[in-house]
Design a binder for this molecule. Structure first.
Ligand code: EMZ
Length: 387
């Protein structure tokens, strides 16, 4: 098997019954595996809510490590829509020319740097740096903040020996409290200040609401972006001809981005809590129990995607759900797609080949399933393109 590959552990269960069960801290989850059912359930927010106890829709559940509701993703309509109306314009800024140019400078500098080095760990020395530096653009905050965030490692709630690390989460909460207070005393053009000045449904946001938005901005786009970037590096390391192809056919870069995001599905699943007894693909779901929308499985559904196990760079029909589906679609998707675009454009221009020296996979344990979501370590050597 190639090192970039992320085999689908769900095929059998998806085809046989469409559902699977996993336990998570004694709060079991019915995993929904087929694309059609995932979409239908995501759409039905009245029966499958996001606004349950803070942290409960996340798998593994974060109820024991946080009380702050992440906004907008743990809020249901109609309030959800009001928050999105406020946040969407800000999170679409990555489409602007200046934002793109700044992101381009960051990625160019990083690629230039790794090209002068020998073997580096792509997770720490590339993806984590890229994600953290790019986040300063999304927040419109000082570039030097990235150094602090890099120090936190790849996941803000998880550490090496603890999948739910309360102390580490506390670091992030204290940091955000401090930043909101600083922006309140001396507002600048950053996201904290914008939120402090904003109103939703005619009311100013509370400190707790701003904190919830900021936690999501930090946590939701961190390991996901890091996994997408690292997996992409591993793919191009083993497919130098794909880099060459994208160089010759830049028109397919958009499709290639969607395909890499479909295949790697950086976020395996997201939960919902049933508000009443119901059924999903003939499985009974009890009120107050959890279901999960398994994006990673839905993306490999052979009834929708032709040869789902293959990366087909110019795949035409690609209704993947890696960024979620329906009203809760990913707020950071524009930023994430722009990172992928700038990354690919820079690799095409500067990099001839990448060697994988050694690696350690990041495998998630999901009940009876094991899914590779990325790498803990990917030691690689970047070689410049010979013009
Ligand atoms: C939550 C989640 C959001 C959660 C869209 O995903 O990402 C996870 O990585 C975090 O742990 O708190 O933000």
């Amino acid at each position: 098997m190639k090192k970039y590959q992320s085999p689908d552990p769900f095929t059998g269960a998806r085809e046989a019954s469409g559902c699977a069960h996993m336990n998570d801290q004694d709060d079991p989850v019915t995993m929904i595996l087929r694309l059609k059912d995932v979409r239908k359930t995501a759409h039905n927010w009245k029966t499958f809510q996001s606004g349950a106890a803070p942290g409960r829709i996340v798998i593994p559940s974060e109820v024991n490590i946080r009380d702050t509701r992440q906004i907008p993703f743990e809020v249901d309509p109609p309030m959800h829509g009001s928050f999105r109306a406020l946040l969407d314009p800000w999170f679409k800024r990555p489409l602007g020319d200046e934002y793109r140019a700044q992101l381009g400078q960051q990625v160019n500098a990083l690629v230039d740097e790794v090209l002068t080095k020998g073997v580096i760990d792509a997770v720490e020395a590339f993806s984590l740096c890229l994600q953290s530096r790019a986040l300063t653009l999304l927040l419109n905050t000082d570039a030097s903040e990235a150094d602090t965030w890099i120090g936190w490692g790849t996941h803000v709630f998880r550490s090496e020996d603890d999948p739910l690390d309360k102390d580490k989460a506390g670091l992030l909460y204290d940091y955000i409290d401090e930043k909101i207070n600083a922006a309140s005393a001396d507002p600048e053009g950053d996201l904290y200040s914008v939120l402090l000045a904003a109103e939703v449904e005619g009311k100013k946001l509370t400190h707790e609401e701003i904190k919830g938005i900021m936690i999501l901005t930090f946590a939701g786009g961190r390991d996901t972006v890091i996994n997408a970037v690292t997996n992409t590096i591993s793919y191009f390391a083993e497919h130098p001809e794909s880099l060459a192809r994208l160089r010759n056919e830049p028109d397919i870069i958009g499709r290639a981005i969607e395909e890499l995001i479909r295949y790697f599905a950086p976020l395996t699943q997201m939960g919902r809590v049933a508000t009443q007894d119901s059924t999903v693909c003939e499985h009974a779901i009890k009120a107050d129990s959890r279901v999960s929308l398994c994006w990673a499985s839905a993306n490999r559904d052979a009834s929708v995607f032709e040869s789902p196990e293959e990366v087909i760079l110019d795949r035409k029909l690609n209704p993947h759900v890696s960024f979620g589906f329906s009203h809760h679609n990913c707020l950071g998707a524009t930023h994430a797609r722009q990172i992928m675009r700038v990354l690919i454009e820079t690799l095409i221009e500067k990099v001839g080949s990448i060697d994988i020296v050694d690696f350690e996979e990041n495998i998630e344990q999901l009940g009876e399933f094991e899914r590779k979501v990325g790498f803990h370590r990917l030691n690689v050597h970047f070689h410049p393109r010979k013009c």
